[in-house]
Design a protein around this ligand. Structure first.
Ligand SMILES: *Cc1c(COP(=O)(O)O)cnc(C)c1O
Length: 379
């Protein structure tokens, strides 16, 4: 597609699609093949091969993902963790240091605490909203700055533009996990982030039926990430690439409905006398509401809250809900509820007790979700 100013709904359907399609097909086909003929003179690295991510279906998906994040290039990965670890591996070597600004998704935190030292990396976890803390964390070997657009599971929004600027000033590669926001809500390259990662297992695919990830950035940076992926063998299979590409077509519709549902549930819970501490950036009471209102298009699909009555009340509420599944992922078409601090997260989550419930909004009717919470809270 041309670089005309395209609204996101249109981009989700047409971005990165070849026109006309192969044999006139409206849908890009699945090439499941592992290897393709190349000219005898070509270097082996230029020959399309499945682990290199250069099979046509993989390439097609990567063009689409780059278009959605407004990036020069993208590489698809076997999972969100493959995306984050490959992005880090592409910039960090033995003796290098990482500034990690956020509370972090459990898998990311676990990777850093269990594996960074064995790779010869050091890291410091800092407040995503405190530039003074970032500055104090700087060392001669600091090479990268990692953060999350909306922190999971603490639902905070740090100084994102400030972080990208800080990284640039200190010649650090800035890396951001944009999973909770999705490019519908926020596109981190627009404020200067170098590498954007996603767990496409979540909202990008949206149907809770495959694992995938993506890293976007400049062609040069993505070539480094792709070479790490190729070496570690964590490329995305073409069949999953085809399914993800299909899921992306409805990304804008799904995410807008999820955002509306999350807001409706957050407003209902915030007004309920058996609920405390609703944390959703769409509520004026959220500490980062003004920042989110300025930068974001929508406030995301995830919120947390605490029922009055502690762990027992939280357990009863989850059992009494009829629509949301009690499951720990997010971003799918079906609503989910979980208790992030009640086990499953590697170590304590700052400021979060075990009675906190996280709600990931699906695409059901908002009224039905609110009615379900109303009946469950009456139980
Ligand atoms: C789920 C998730 C990941 C990891 O993704 P996988 O596809 O499960 O590997 C990373 N970051 C965030 C914010 C997530 O929610």
């Amino acid at each position: 597609m041309s670089d005309m100013q395209t609204r996101f709904e249109t981009l989700a359907v047409h971005g990165g699609e070849p026109r006309p399609g192969a044999d006139g097909s409206v849908v890009f086909p699945i090439y499941q093949g592992t290897v393709f003929e190349a000219d005898p003179g070509d270097a082996a690295a230029d020959a399309p091969y499945i682990r290199l991510g250069t099979n046509p279906t993989q390439r097609h998906l990567q063009h689409r993902l780059a278009a959605l994040e407004g990036a020069e290039a993208a590489v698809a990965t076997a999972s969100g963790m493959a995306a984050i670890t490959a992005a880090l591996h592409s910039v960090l070597g033995v003796g290098d240091h990482l500034i990690a600004a956020g509370a972090f998704y459990g898998g990311t935190l676990q990777f850093l605490t269990e594996h960074a030292a064995r790779l010869g990396w050091t890291f410091e976890i800092v407040d995503p909203d405190d530039e003074g803390a970032w500055r104090r964390a700087l060392r001669p070997g600091t090479k990268a700055f990692l953060t999350e657009t909306i922190t999971n599971p603490t639902i905070r929004i740090g100084d994102l533009a400030g972080a990208a600027r800080f990284a640039r000033e200190h010649a650090l590669t800035s890396i951001i996990d944009n999973t909770l926001a999705t490019p519908v809500v926020f596109r981190p390259h627009t404020v200067g982030f170098d590498l954007v990662c996603h767990s496409a297992t979540k909202a990008l695919n949206g149907h809770s039926d495959l694992a995938a990830g993506v890293v976007t950035g400049s062609s040069t940076r993505i070539a480094h990430v792709a070479s790490v992926l190729c070496a570690y063998g964590s490329t995305l299979d073409p069949h999953a690439a085809f399914l993800l590409s299909r899921g992306l077509k409805t990304l804008a519709l799904r995410v807008r409905q999820q955002n509306a549902n999350a807001l409706a549930v957050a407003e209902f819970l915030a007004a309920h006398d058996r609920i405390a501490d609703v944390r959703y950036p769409g509520l004026a009471a959220h500490p980062d509401h003004r920042r989110a209102a300025e930068w974001f298009d929508g406030f995301g699909s995830v919120l947390t809250f605490r029922p009055v009555g502690g762990n027992e009340a939280a357990e009863l509420l989850i059992k009494s809900l009829q629509l949301p599944y009690a499951a720990s992922s997010l971003g799918g078409v079906e609503s989910l509820v979980t208790r992030p601090a009640a086990g499953g997260h590697p170590g304590p989550i700052p400021g979060m007790s075990a009675d906190v419930i996280r709600f990931s909004a699906g695409i059901e009717a908002a009224e039905d979700l609110v009615d379900d919470f109303a009946q469950a809270l009456g139980a």
